[in-house]
Design a protein around this ligand. Sequence first.
Ligand code: F1P
Length: 365
Amino acid sequence: MTDSGDRAGTYTLEEILSQPPTWKRCLAALDESGELRRLAAPLSRDGECLFVGCGSSFYLGLIAAATWTLLTGEPARAVPASEILLFPGLLSRRFRAILVSRSGRTSEMIEAGDYLKRLDQTASLAITCGTRTPIEEVASRTIRLPEGDEGSTVMTRSFTSMLLALQMLAGERANARDFLNQIRTLPGEMESRIEGIDSLIRRLVDSRAFEDYVFLGQGPFYGVAQEAMLKIKEMSCSYAQCFHTLEFRHGPKAIVSARTLITFFLSESGFESEVSVLEEMKDLGATTLVVANQASAAVRRSADSLIELSLPVAELARPAAFIVPAQLLGFHTGVRKGLDPDKPRYLSRVVMLENTDGDSGRGAP
Ligand code: F1P
């Protein structure tokens, strides 16, 4: 029980479980306004598309960048805002920035956006769940998703809602009508699955405690693995790591034991190779959780817990759904440890550094 007498994590759990209807509202608002179609076409094709964010917003940028390149064929990458401030020399010569920030207030983001604006590059586009926040002043256009906002400190439905919006933007850019329609079906598809996912994760968390958590994914699922790692750290103060799935063989596997929970976010493109890592780690004695769209016999043999989503959508439309089990894993693990995910230790909803004026070590553009 918290000080107020509420149960720990009440609104964080509600917000995680509210994702399908929240996505539906966000997508309906975007479709109604026609904003994504209007914004996608005029974006310059010169240079790369740079997704900028901090924390979860950076990780969703990783998934958005992978989606952008795979759908449009145009180069894209994600960087934390701090990289722009501390190592501006690493920016490519031509790029257009997409600034991602739930709050629209994170000071590193505002400073990086301001720096990019003064660079006289192609204008930046921002996406935020806030309304009339400072990020709008450093971007030339802003996609607002107030429906995706949340009361929680940790980002859950804002992450998936902004991710879906950026994936829709990529779909509009590529004129990928099938992809766009598949994203639109996700809320309905996940509505019927989310309670089952919650029950399975609760059972796993109740069954035992783990010392280490490892999250593995490749391609667009690498950003999912990063975000999963952040969720369990933020909500349960657990030790967690993340790798590209096949990278786990190159040293990190030394930590495997039954008290290490390894979560595999299986792609379709890399399925066979990733499943062979899963089998190897199971043989070494790991405890495994697998999130897959369709499991094979080999996956069933090696997965201690399996979430098989069976979504009738292409691989690239699945990352938002894949992150849901990880949000629930972080939440229930935190509650099991006696923590309150509504009040994560040391964290605040927005990171505002007191001095953001010229203290970042970068020169003037
Ligand atoms: C995002 C962020 C979160 C993190 C923390 C502070 O900021 O870094 O990822 O969980 O609560 O804020 P933003 O998206 O609002 O810029």
